[in-house]
Design a protein around this ligand. Structure first.
Ligand SMILES: NC(=O)C1=CN([C@@H]2O[C@H](COP(=O)(O)OP(=O)(O)OC[C@H]3O[C@@H](n4cnc5c(N)ncnc54)[C@H](O)[C@@H]3O)[C@@H](O)[C@H]2O)C=CC1
Length: 442
């Protein structure tokens, strides 16, 4: 299965999202890299038909044959013994043409995490990347072609909401796997429901990270940075509500602020860089707006939270900001309740385990969570009680492709990655075999 872990954005910074009826411009720190024309009904139909034609051949191939071009997981059914020597067996069969719709924040991973298991299970996929990041899915298509994937089996269509709508509503589409915001996810689910299509929803989050006083503090500080500043904070599962037990709050803040101030912000293609630019000017403004709002509501900015211009003149015009730590936060503040999707950490004190679990779960999201403690019983108790699809113990944001990933509550349902993905890209057929005579009631 193709998978990869690239934590920094490539050296491209995109102009704001374009209306689907106009070309989407890609700019590299202010310069246009390429133009993409959004696909309309005709192109979408063509892509789905070509994917369907390729699927009819691909689905008949044995797993071993598909494994020549894509490393196929072990896809198997069950054998169930019945009385009198009769038996039943189950077959895992593909669904048909699956649609993948991706967000912009890690575009190559989203495209590969959706398409690789879909293809491995015998499906075809038509993928629509975000109009902010249209290129890497095309590169993935080229990789598939070079690997021997038949023409049409993986198609990329470009565009925004209109193109996404056409894909979700197309009668030949069997499943939609969506990654993006909660409001769009609801629309995708509604459209898919009309055609009784299967759906996987990977939506937003506002994940809690619980740091107990018995933790190994250096690791907890490093974990909090990983939970907040990876990929400029543009990560759905980030642990942006950092609950710290009151007794260790001063030491934690001192260390976390010192490390945050030292984060090298600049060109992501340089080895030493640890934070690049945000995706677009409107998004930068939105993130900075959250910081202003937090200040109005009583939060204290301990560091960062303002736009910066890196010293390299080539980076002028990029949408950079200094990573921010907010103190004096309360659970009712906007910065603590809403997904910011930028490098902003909100720190909150707590006293007891019971109290912090209640506060951590008091959200409509449920994507991820984390806990730092040396107490092994507490770690597993907390993991059990947190309402989230993932709980990281004594680390954060570790997501290898072999580990399932997905949300609870309004963060979505279905899982990506890991062996369990097979269940979301295949359907079960039961075959019942009679070995004796028919015992008819009539
Ligand atoms: N749970 C997860 O695995 C992840 C979730 N996300 C979430 O994604 C969001 C940020 O990504 P955005 O691209 O801003 O999200 P978005 O919801 O605005 O767009 C996501 C995709 O849906 C398409 N789209 C928009 N309207 C549509 C419609 N009516 N019908 C069909 N498709 C439509 C967009 O063109 C884009 O390709 C954040 O909330 C973030 O948490 C991001 C990455 C991973």
């Amino acid at each position: 299965m193709i998978g990869c872990t690239t934590w920094l954005h490539p050296y491209v910074f995109y102009l704001g999202a374009q209306p689907a009826c106009k070309p989407a411009n890609l700019v590299c720190v202010g310069r246009i890299l390429c133009q993409m024309v959004p696909c309309g009904a005709e192109e979408v139909d063509e892509a789905i038909k070509s994917a369907h034609a390729a699927y009819l051949q691909w689905r008949k191939m044995a797993g071993m044959e598909r494994a020549r071009v894509i490393c196929v997981l072990f896809i198997k059914g069950q054998h169930i013994q019945l009385p009198g020597g009769s038996f039943a067996y189950t077959r895992r069969e593909p669904l048909g043409v699956c649609v993948g719709i991706g967000a912009w924040n890690y575009p190559f991973q989203i495209a590969s995490w959706k398409s690789a298991p879909a293809l491995a299970c015998g499906n075809a996929m038509v993928f629509k990347p975000s109009p902010m990041t249209p290129v890497t899915a095309v590169i993935l298509a080229e990789i598939y072609k070079e690997a021997g994937v038949p023409d049409g089996l993986f198609c990329v269509v470009q565009g925004g909401a209109d193109t996404g709508t056409l894909l979700c509503q197309h009668p030949k589409v069997a499943k939609v796997s969506f990654t993006g915001s909660v409001p769009t996810g609801k629309k995708v689910m509604e459209m898919s429901a009309k055609g009784v299509k299967q759906v996987t929803l990977e939506l937003g989050g506002k994940s809690p990270l619980l740091i107990f006083k018995d933790c190994e503090l250096e690791n907890a500080v490093k974990g909090a940075l990983m939970a907040n500043f990876l990929t400029q904070g543009e990560v759905c599962c980030n642990g942006t509500r950092v609950y710290v037990q009151r007794e260790i709050m001063p030491q934690f803040l001192e260390k976390v602020v010192k490390r945050t101030k030292a984060i090298p912000v600049g060109d992501p293609l340089l080895d030493g860089t640890r934070m690049g630019a945000l995706i677009s000017k409107p998004h930068l403004e939105k993130v900075l707006g959250f910081v202003s709002q937090a200040k109005k509501e009583g939060a204290k900015v301990l560091c960062g939270g303002e736009p910066i211009v890196p010293s390299d003149p080539n980076l002028k015009g990029g949408y950079f900001m200094a990573p921010c730590v907010l103190d004096n936060c309360r659970d009712d503040m906007t910065c603590v309740k809403e997904e910011i999707f930028g490098p902003v950490m909100s720190v909150l004190p707590f006293d007891t385990e019971e109290e912090v679990i209640g506060r951590a779960n008091n959200t409509t999201f449920g994507l991820a969570s984390g806990v730092f403690t040396r107490d092994i019983s507490r770690a597993h108790r907390v993991a059990e009680n947190l309402e989230a699809g993932t709980c990281f113990i004594n680390n954060y944001n570790i997501s290898p492709v072999e580990v399932p990933f997905g949300g609870y509550k309004m963060s979505g349902f279905g899982r990506e990655n890991g062996q369990v993905t097979i269940e979301y890209y295949s359907q079960l057929k039961t075959v019942v075999v009679e070995m004796g005579d028919v015992d008819s009631l009539f």
